[in-house]
Design a protein around this ligand. Structure first.
Ligand SMILES: [Fe+2]
Length: 235
């Protein structure tokens, strides 16, 4: 499986703090069935530079290789919605037109629709991170539909499907999945002890809802399309 959302770099955000923490997370990801992971540290203001991200990835790649950890790393970022369009472009997934977009947790800002429009007009494709954990969407999940209709994509967090964030988030995740409003399941993992990778558990739960073929699309085929920067096929 390909994980499009993961805080694997150490010492840059609320993910791992040390190299050992990153290595422990990497091992947990491999055990959870992940073969490729996109490094999506929080990109806030002032933004973490892509040079720092790429250097962090290089360091981890060398450590993985020395320790026999079989996990491919790609660059990216979790872009806060308040960043400029050009900052977001500079922190897209593996240099593609796709980027991970983070809204505040408590509400969906009134500019969300305009932002999706602007990003699409700039040739970018936003992937909305964990809509099931957003306060506004928790109350009314249907509010995600207009953003998807405008060409945004959405990423569910596997741990939400596993029930780790409580019942309302669990129910919202299940609703969005059944309604076909999500395009990816990712771990959004932060460590081996806290916010751990839960892909296997999430996929198991999701398979009961939409079946194995649809899940394959969400954890392998769609993420591969993104990291290879292929055109999205809108249905
Ligand atoms: Fe995240």
């Amino acid at each position: 499986m390909i994980d499009l959302h993961c805080h694997i770099l150490f010492g840059v955000d609320d993910g791992p703090q040390t190299l050992d923490d990153s290595l422990a997370l990497a091992r947990a990801l491999v055990v959870d069935g992940i073969t490729t992971v996109v490094s999506t540290s929080h990109i806030l203001d002032p933004p973490l530079s892509m040079q720092v991200i790429k250097e962090g990835i290089k360091t981890l790649e060398q450590e993985f290789s020395a320790r026999g950890i079989d996990l491919k790393l790609l660059p990216g970022g979790e872009n806060h919605y308040s960043l400029s369009i050009e900052e977001m472009r500079g922190h897209s997934i593996n240099g593609s037109r796709y980027l991970l977009l983070e809204f505040p947790h408590n509400n969906l800002p009134s500019v969300a629709g305009d932002l999706v429009f602007t990003l699409r007009s700039a040739g970018l494709i936003p992937i909305i991170a964990h809509p099931e954990r957003n306060g506004t969407l928790l109350r009314d999940p249907e509010l995600l539909s207009p953003l998807i209709d405008q060409g945004a994509l959405a990423q569910l967090t596997a741990a939400s499907l596993a029930g780790d964030f409580g019942s309302p988030v669990h129910q919202c995740a299940r609703y969005l999945l059944r309604k076909g409003l999500v395009h990816f399941i990712a771990t959004d993992s932060h460590g081996a002890d806290w916010r751990v990778p839960r892909m296997t558990a999430g996929v198991k739960e999701a398979t009961k809802l939409i079946g194995r073929a649809a899940i394959q699309q969400l954890v392998v085929e769609n993420p591969l399309r993104v990291v290879e920067d292929r055109d999205w096929i809108y249905e």
